[in-house]
Design a protein around this ligand. Sequence first.
Ligand code: HAM
Length: 417
Amino acid sequence: MIQRPRGTRDFGPEEMVERRYLESVMREEAERFGFREVSTPIFEHTELFTLKSGPAIVKEIYAFKDKGGRDVSLRPELTAPVMRFFVNELNALSKPLKIYYRGPCFRYERPQSGRYREFYQFGAELIGSDHPEADAEVVALAASIMNKVGLKDKVIRLGHIGIFRKLLTELGLNEEEVSGVLHQLDKKEFEEVRSSLSAHSEGDEIDEIIEKAQTRGGAEVLNDLEGEAISHLEQVLRVLESYGIEGIEVDLGVVRGLDYYTGMVFEIDAPRLGAEKQVCGGGSYSLAEVFGGAKTCSTGFAIGFDRVHLALQEEGFRIPSSKVDVFVLPVHESLRWVAFSITSTLRSVGIATEVDLMRRSIGKGLKHADSLEALYTVIVGEQELEEDSVAVRNMESGEQTVVRIEELTDFLEKELG
Ligand code: HAM
């Protein structure tokens, strides 16, 4: 028997139903926020990933030579490919450009639960704005997607990597050294941070950096701090509050593992997943100039699609049964034609409508409407039809209202909200 490669998975029919459902919820929400889909190749020139992160990243990705001797890599993420696409072909579009994507990514990881060598990301990038409202829009989309898929147990943590980039640069570290210390801060390796910085500072500044990286709590933890980054973060939080996004924590220890972040950063955890609990990560970054474009501020995130699915399964996830808004029930066979015409009109305005196809009696028809969990039943009866009307039954309260057919769509749209 040939086994599948380590860190990869097969997905059976039932799992695919759930994955397709989750994907459609994520897509719908992204589009509601005005993001549009793009797709890029599964493999890229390795340079695309080493330009910003350095050659060391090759150890962590599937990098190889193709038959023509070119260095290519399976993509470990989609931000760099999307920015390459933007710089080469999309940069004339009006800003901010709001795009989303979904697809497989590959990392040469040590596989464990929630950590795979082939995994899927659903992500979004908002390109061309450095305003706090642009950052907030991206966080709001990530949070809304998590709410829409029904993830209950989650923590959203917001930080700003600019705070540390500034402090470390002021200490005289070069870009590579800054990146090294940021990685140590990301892993909370504070002793290593101390030794990396010992040649640059007597100690006070190191204490300040480590203390900042441990600042965590509500928006009020920012009150005693100052600086551009802090005021940016405060404004992001205010916009999120206006959007009604709840449960955001400030955690200046969010530093992120990738090298391109410059400003606000955020992560979403699903604590039930244990070690691999991070289900989404993102932030603002500047990559366009690295790929030969003009400097362009962008913000984005990627959701670990597989981890969200795992977290939902831990919470007892079930795909909601497809809801029928209205069941149309003619009380007599001779009235079927009117029922079909009403059904078609309701469907054409987007009301999910089913019509009786079994010539049921009114009693059996109402029972069927109950089993469908229809919210309303439109009863087409002779008496009401004489007045060009139908009876609309609220299936929860049992209350019945006679409504003129020409007003039925308006009536139901209002009732259904
Ligand atoms: P990232 O944090 O490296 O960010 O990955 C995003 C998410 O992908 C993680 O939070 C995690 O849920 C999931 N993930 C990462 N590695 C694995 C793995 N081996 N197995 C399963 N899931 C995994 C990025 O990739 C950035 N491109 C996000 C971004 C977009 N920042 C700005 N725009």
